[in-house]
Structure formats: C-alpha cells, structure tokens
Unconditional design. Structure first.
Length: 105
C-alpha cells in the first residue's frame, strides 16, 4: 500500500510541477500529464492487486498451503523500472531554458 500511495503521489507531483510554470513561458505540448496519469493508474492497480494478494496469502496461510509467489514482485518491479526510465527520459529532454520558468510563491 505504501508503494501504491507513493506512485500516485509521484504522478500528482509530475502534473503539478507542470502547472507551476510561469504563464509567460511557452507551454510546449508535452507528455507530463500522461506520465503523471500513468503513475496514478499504476498506483491504483497496485492497490487492487495488493489487496487481492493479501487475501489470497492470508487464505493460503490459514490452509497451511502458502508458497511465496515471485510473479507479483517481478511484475511490480518491472512496472516501476519502466515508469522510472520514462521519468528520467522526460526530465532530461526538457529544454534547460524552461527549467528556470518555475514560479515559487
């Protein structure tokens, strides 16, 4: 659940940082909102999958048939790595002149 909350929060942060840009700065079409939306969706899916995994694991423990499943760890790690690579790409493709246009009030 902590990971899901962090993913959704990071998605909101990405979108909010785009909104904080100066109104006189050119608003280039970008994928910032798409990236933020992707993080939020992955966060929501993480909540759903972790809840389902919790109840399945609890049931397996009660029936004494529990065996750890590596599939979910690999799947969630892959999703976070792919989103992280997209963030790195997004950050390093923003022109440097636009980074100085953030308004802090």
């Amino acid at each position: 659940m902590r990971s899901a909350i962090a993913l959704m929060g990071f998605g909101v942060l990405i979108v909010r940082l785009r909104i904080l840009r100066s109104p006189i700065a050119p608003q280039l079409p970008g994928a910032g909102w798409k990236l933020g939306l992707a993080f939020s969706i992955v966060g929501l899916l993480t909540v759903l999958l972790s809840t389902q995994h919790y109840f399945a694991t609890r049931n397996d423990i009660e029936q004494d048939t529990y065996e750890p499943r590596d599939r979910w760890v690999i799947l969630s790690s892959l999703a976070v790595v792919l989103l992280g690579l997209r963030v790195v790409y997004y950050v390093f493709t923003v022109p440097l002149g636009l980074l100085n246009t953030v308004l802090i009030e």
